[in-house]
Ligand binder design. Structure first.
Ligand SMILES: [Zn+2]
Length: 137
């Protein structure tokens, strides 16, 4: 499904996640199919069809890959930020997920479906960031 605002192709996300992420008082229909807009410059977070959409300011947490997110949590379950992750890799020698769990407490006691706005475990996003840091030297 494409984002009704920026037309980029989104990633599907469960209504359980959407219900936990949007502000109280907003109606979330449980049997709808929702998507997450992955475009960092678009202020739409979730949408379903054409008539339902939730913007950044209607979501409880900053969505880390969106522009101007602050703080930029990468692991929402344990409130670990992208900056802490970078510090662990650059200054504390962390290279693997196991290292990062030790240094930053990332991924401990995960409840990703309810805590992470993508509804997914953060490990893939974490390893991509680590890879990018190591590539850039
Ligand atoms: Zn969008």
């Amino acid at each position: 499904m494409r984002c009704p605002k920026c037309q980029s192709v989104g990633q599907s996300v469960s209504s359980v996640t959407v219900r936990h992420m949007v502000l109280e008082g907003l109606r979330v229909v449980s049997d709808e199919e929702y998507s997450l807009c992955l475009n960092e410059g678009c202020d739409v977070v979730y949408y379903s069809g054409l008539d339902t959409l939730y913007r950044k300011d209607q979501v409880r947490v900053p969505v880390w890959f969106k522009n101007d997110a602050s703080p930029r949590y990468i692991c929402y379950c344990n409130k670990v930020t992208v900056e802490q992750l970078e510090d662990a890799v650059r200054n504390k020698g962390a290279r693997t997920l196991r290292d990062l769990v030790k240094v930053t407490a990332v991924m401990k006691n995960g409840d990703c479906e309810r805590q992470n706005p993508t509804g997914k475990c953060c490990s893939t996003a974490i390893m991509k960031i680590v890879h990018d840091i190591l590539q850039s030297g």
